[in-house]
Design a protein around this ligand. Structure first.
Ligand code: 5GP
Length: 112
């Protein structure tokens, strides 16, 4: 079971901000911005590059929800960033696909 599966099953506590039948969103334990929420699919996919054509609808759902959540969290107008880290160079540390939703301050580009 991945760490995020344990959060989904409430085995590990988290500050949950949204849930539906396909996904869960909760605040990152080590926030990198005033708003830093992780959006994870309940059906675990290890990482973006491991997604299959059968995951089409789920990936679309996650992107739509990320945009809605940003609005819900108050950064729809000011702006936000959605990040997916894949593999060691991408900075992935938890092998369960997750979208970082970051906002509440100006975010630098390019990323470090
Ligand atoms: P990654 O580096 O894999 O893209 O992102 C993993 C994220 O999960 C990191 O931002 C990290 O702070 C967050 N994280 C790790 N462990 C926990 C935890 O137990 N609870 C919560 N809420 N976030 C966690």
């Amino acid at each position: 079971m991945t760490l995020f599966e344990k959060i989904i099953t409430r085995e590990i506590p988290a500050d949950i901000v949204f849930e539906d039948d396909q996904c869960l969103a909760f605040r990152d334990i080590n926030p990198q911005a005033p708003i830093h929420v992780l959006l994870v699919p309940k059906r675990p996919i290890p990482r973006l590059g491991a997604a299959a054509p059968a995951d089409h609808a789920l990936l679309g759902h996650l992107l739509i929800k990320a945009g809605e959540l940003a609005g819900m969290l108050g950064v729809g107008e000011s702006g936000f960033r959605v990040v997916i880290n894949h593999g060691p160079d991408g900075g992935e540390t938890v092998p369960h696909l997750h979208l970082h939703i970051l906002g509440g301050r100006p975010l630098a580009w390019p990323p470090g």
